[in-house]
Structure formats: C-alpha cells, structure tokens
Write a protein that binds this ligand. Structure first.
Ligand code: ADP
Ligand code: ASP
Ligand code: MG
Length: 438
C-alpha cells in the first residue's frame, strides 16, 4: 500500500483532477490524500479575517466569488446529470453553511471549521469524479481518525487505531481517499496541522499503515538545491537522507511541511517527491541512506529573532544556560540556533508571541538585546567535522555578507548562518554559485 498526496496546484482545476485520476488509477488499494484546490485555503483565511472584523458584506462577497468558481469546476468535472446534481447540492450546502457564520459570534473554533472546508470540498468532488468513472473509492473522513493530543501534536496511537478500523470496514475498496491538513483536537474541536499540513497528514498515514512509500505530488520535480522562487537555475536533488530532508523542511524549503518527515523517518517509510505536471520525472527520494561527501541543498527561514543575554556572571558559572533555557520553556517557545561564549549566549526563535515576556524575564540574568527581521540560512549535506573544506566553502560564499551567528557541529548534516532578512537573496544566490556552480 502506498500513500499519495496531491497538493493544491495538483488539484487546482477540473482538468488537474482528471490528470490526478490518471496518475492514481493504475495502482491498487492506495490511500490518496488531497489538499484544498489552490487558492481556497487563502480565501478561507480572508473570509475569516472579514468575520473577525464583523465585515459580513466582505465575507459574503468572497464566499459568493468562491462558490461561482466551484460551480464551474463541477460543470466541467462530471459528464452525467446525476453526479453533477449531487455535487451541486453539496456545493450549495457547503456555501450556505459558510454564509451562516456571518450571523454568529465568530471566534477561533469557528475559524478552524471554516479553514477545514477546502479539503472537505476537494475530496468530495474528486470522490464523485472517480465513482462516475467506475472506481470503487472509499472516502475516509480525516476528522474521524486524524487526532491531536493535549500538547497539540498528532496522536500516533489514536490515528493508527482509528484508521485501521476504517480501512478494515471497507475491505473491497479499490482506493481510499482522505483530506489532508484537517484533524480533531483533544477538546473534540475541528483543528488543523498548520499551513501546508497535508504533507504531514500523508506522512502520518504512511507511518500508521507502514506504507511501502509516501509520494508527495506537487508542481515541481522534487526538492531543489535552493529556493527556486528566489534563485535561478536551481536543480532537483535526486536523493536525501531523512535527516537532511527534515532540516531543509524545518528551515524553510516550502515543498515540505516543516515537521512532516519525522513520522516517515520513525517508521522508516521512504518519501518520494514527484511532479504532477511531469509524472515520469524521477523526483526526489528521501530514505535512510546517506550520501557521503556531498553538499545537497540550501534553505532559508524568515521572521527570525535573535536574543542575546550578556552577563559577567556567566563566567565560570554553572547552571546559567539552564536558567536561560527554562525561561523559553516556560513560554513554550522553541529555540532554533544557539551560540555561546564565556560571557554571553545568543539564541534564535521564530515564535515571537511571548517575546516581551521572555526579554523581561531574561533581564534577571544579564543585559538583553534583540535583533529583529533576521533569517536562518541552512546548508545541508555531509557536514561531518572530519571533512575538510566544506564549512569554509560556505563561509567563502558569505564573505561580503554580515553574518550574525554561525552554528556548525550540532549535527552531521547542517551548517546554519543567521543573516539579516534583507541580505537573503544575495546570500542564497552566492551560496548557489559557490556550492553548485550556478
Ligand atoms: P503543494 O501545494 O503541492 O503542497 P507547495 O506550494 O506547498 O505545493 O510546495 C511546492 C513549492 O515549493 C514549489 O512550487 C516551489 O516554489 C516551492 N519551493 C521552495 N523551496 C523549494 C525547494 N527547495 N525545492 C522545491 N520547491 C521549493
Ligand atoms: N490547504 C492547506 C494549505 O493551503 C493545506 C495544504 O495545502 O497542505 O495550507
Ligand atoms: Mg505544500
């Protein structure tokens, strides 16, 4: 059994649904995970913003516009009246439901219900399309098995148990279809796995069923050696170790959700990144094999804040770092990079919700300063310390760029530099030139 996930662009139109059907039909008893059609989740976010601002008129205008788009998709997707009518009824009901939120007190739980509609629509429409063409598809409701625990993390045991029940209830299905991104939380509310979360759904399912492979189908031929939105002439990396892919995803390679590789790695299920527009291209394979002596790719993560705590009390003192880290822990804020000297420590965070409180508490231990609008640039590959010259290649590329922090030696596969966000384009371009000769 394989898990195949198709992202927003891959199901962005009636025509694209038909292309996806061609990709999945030959294989048997696989689980297909769909995102919302491209643009839908963004519009649902906008609708929610209107509703928070009590702008019912704005919300209804966006709802109306989106409904019209879906009506044209339905017109094009089905050939029989029966399937068309069934889908139109569903669209009418869904959009009447969305409109009903203009009449209630709008809060976060309602926003999450709104955000879940995109995947519910795309899977309903695609299930109809497959059935119309004779495929016995079983639509597995993600809200019945995809669960978060009290810490807001996926509950792997509950996911596996519930999913196994649902699969064994439909043994005759040719294919299973489900929604990416959406889930229930520990308070029995509709929730989600954060933006881009359908990749995470696919990997959680792949791990739960111990799939043969997890395929992430998207609009590019695999993970590129640098951000193709910023640097020209990037090329696809054919193979990555789970650890390398996890670092790249976490540090900004948008092709993968930041934490989706973890469950696949734990279950040792290979992940393949493939292009819906070029289904025969080889894509990128991610597994537990490591290629020695190669620098693979560069990624960048924006909106980073660096916090420096300087204190002469740190000199020869033990327990100083623990006290500093405890403050971050008390605000459930995770640290990405750390650099220490005898008289100071600098850490970076990307979650700035509690920045003022953290800075306030840190002042107990020394002088605190904050650098905003920073960017972590992460170079991934064989960065074992015994290699000669790899880290110096990275530093050579950055010779004209002010570098705030460098982290090397924490793992065997990464070197990270902290720079100003305004220097990101120049930095990524220089790294591609130096490392990949572009
Ligand atoms: P989907 O909707 O299929 O989930 P995404 O938009 O989330 O697709 O991810 C694919 C996009 O990620 C690509 O179109 C590309 O612009 C962007 N991207 C950013 N960094 C990389 C990278 N290193 N390799 C490939 N794509 C990347
Ligand atoms: N539809 C969601 C989003 O746009 C999830 C996904 O596409 O992976 O973020
Ligand atoms: Mg995505």
């Amino acid at each position: 059994m394989k898990v195949l996930k198709f992202g927003g662009t891959s199901v962005g139109s009636a025509q694209r649904f038909k292309e996806v059907e061609k990709i999945i039909t030959p294989a048997g008893k696989n689980i297909v995970v769909l995102s919302a059609m491209s643009g839908t989740t963004n519009t649902l976010v906008e609708i929610s913003r209107c509703l928070y601002n009590r702008d019912a008129k704005g919300a209804l205008a966006l709802i109306g516009e989106m409904k019209n788009k879906y009506i044209s998709v339905v017109e094009e997707l089905y050939s029989t009246k029966e399937y068309k009518d069934n889908a139109l009824n569903f669209i009418n009901e869904t959009f009447a439901y969305l409109s009903s939120f203009t009449k209630i007190n709008f809060r976060e739980p309602q926003e999450r219900i709104i955000l879940s509609q995109g995947e519910l629509i795309s899977t309903f429409l695609f299930a109809g399309c497959l059935r119309e063409h004779g495929t016995n598809v079983c639509l597995l409701p993600a809200l019945s098995f995809m669960r978060l625990n009290r810490r807001g993390e996926p509950d792997a045991d509950k996911i596996r148990t519930s999913l196994m029940h649902l699969l064994s209830d439909a043994p005759d299905a040719d294919l299973y279809l489900t929604q990416g991104y959406i889930c229930m939380n520990a308070n029995e509310e509709v929730d989600n796995l954060k933006r881009g979360g359908s990749d995470y759904t696919a990997c959680l399912i792949g791990a739960a069923v111990q799939a043969e492979e997890i395929e992430i189908w998207t609009d590019i031929d695999g993970l590129h050696n640098n951000d193709p939105r910023i640097v020209n002439n990037t090329t696809a990396v054919r193979h990555l170790h789970f650890d390398e892919a996890a670092e790249l995803a976490y540090f900004g390679a948008k092709i993968l959700h930041p934490t989706c590789i973890l469950p696949a790695h734990e279950a040792n299920v290979p992940v393949r990144l493939l292009n819906t527009m070029a289904p025969d291209a080889p894509g990128t394979l991610i597994d537990n094999q490591f290629d020695h002596g190669k620098i693979k790719a560069v990624a960048a993560k924006d909106n980073i804040v660096a916090i420096k705590i300087q204190s002469s009390r740190m000199l020869l003192a033990h327990g100083f770092l623990r006290k500093v880290f405890e403050i971050f822990e008390s605000y459930q804020t995770s640290i990405d990079m750390v650099c220490t000297s005898e008289v100071g420590v600098t850490v970076t965070i990307d979650d700035t919700r509690y920045l003022n409180d953290i800075v306030h508490d840190l002042k107990r231990y020394g002088t605190v300063s904050v650098d905003l609008d920073m960017c972590i640039v992460c170079v991934v590959g064989d960065m074992h310390w015994s290699n000669r010259g790899f880290e110096s290649q990275v530093m050579t590329a950055l010779k004209d760029i002010p570098v705030r922090m460098v982290s090397y030696g924490g793992s065997n596969n990464n070197i990270s530099c902290l720079i100003r966000e305004e220097d990101k384009v120049q930095t990524l371009t220089a790294l591609s030139k130096q490392l990949f000769d572009l």
